[in-house]
Write a protein that binds this ligand. Structure first.
Ligand SMILES: [Zn+2]
Length: 293
């Protein structure tokens, strides 16, 4: 596996970045205030960026970078040997179901991290081309909408573990889009998975004590929410169900609670499901290997 980390470095700290990475510049923001760099996390440059990040955070009390993203590239052998894949939805949109009349039950929220809300009505949305030629998209509140084509794809291929719900566009029941319900076989994250706010949070070498959050808890002491983001590849605990279903959700959530944005469960799928999605050109999912330990 080759792991690449893309960072939007703030222009004012660009002098802290190794010159060789500057050659990899692949874009600037409209305001020219950031430079996008891509660093192989197994290279010595990664350690240079880590030190720069530490310097900016500890000495200057500032952020070296804002947006970031990991990209993991696997060999054909790694892909063919994988028993499980993490599945993510590429496109997010507004409005949320909550903005359009979808009802939630908040009676069992965790008193610390506020996770645990439960959708108790069909998904309501407004008229709009949210899928836009894709087969899946998610609201920023983690309500996942799929195409009729995707529902038929799941039925035709006898894929196990899915539940779909109706979607109302205004007051009309849609015949074209459905909700992929976040329910089904639950998998537990193993301790090997690394969670944090952003890259370098987890470095053992430069471990820092995270500041306590008053309103938003990222790592809930009750263990229901594991952190703002999953930073490493996903590691889940082995169980018999892994070989019985094609769709899974993590028992624990990641993310944070802030108005319409809330914690979400991580999605997983079987190798068969991933292959069928690719072969059938189902659009809108990204995959990474998830390790079963
Ligand atoms: Zn909690």
């Amino acid at each position: 596996m080759k792991e690449l980390l893309t960072l939007n470095i703030r222009y004012k700290y660009f002098s802290l970045i190794p010159r060789d990475l500057i050659g990899n510049q692949c874009g600037e923001s409209e305001s020219s205030s950031i430079i996008k760099i891509e660093v192989d996390t197994s290279s010595s440059f990664y350690d240079d960026i880590l030190k720069a990040d530490l310097f900016v955070r500890d000495k200057l009390k500032d952020d070296l970078f804002w947006w970031w993203k990991y990209k993991r590239i696997y060999s054909a052998i790694e892909l063919s040997n994988a028993r499980l894949f993490k599945m993510s939805v590429r496109k997010f949109y507004e409005p949320c179901g909550k903005d359009c009349g979808t009802v939630y039950d908040y009676s069992n929220l965790c008193d610390i991290c506020k996770s645990g809300e439960r959708q108790v009505s069909p998904l309501y949305t407004r008229k709009g081309n949210y899928l836009n030629n894709r087969d899946v998209a998610s609201t920023i509140g983690n309500e996942i909408v799929v195409s009729k084509r995707f529902v038929e794809f799941v039925k035709n291929n006898l894929l196990h573990g899915f539940t779909f719900g109706p979607v109302y566009v205004g007051k009309r029941l849609s015949a074209d889009i459905f909700q992929l319900m976040i329910q089904g076989c639950e998998l537990d994250f193993s301790e090997k998975s690394v969670f944090g706010v952003k890259p370098f949070d987890y470095s053992e070498k430069y471990k820092r004590v995270s500041e306590p959050f008053i309103e938003e808890v990222y790592k809930c002491p009750k263990g229901d929410n594991l952190g703002a983001n999953l930073l490493s590849e996903a590691y889940v605990k082995d169980c018999d169900n892994i070989d019985k279903y094609d769709f899974f959700i993590s028992r624990q959530t990641i993310g944070f609670y802030r108005g319409l944005i809330n914690q979400r469960h991580v999605l997983f799928c079987s190798p068969r499901m991933r292959k069928l999605i690719i072969d059938n050109k189902i659009r809108g999912f990204d995959f990474e290997i998830a390790h079963v330990v």
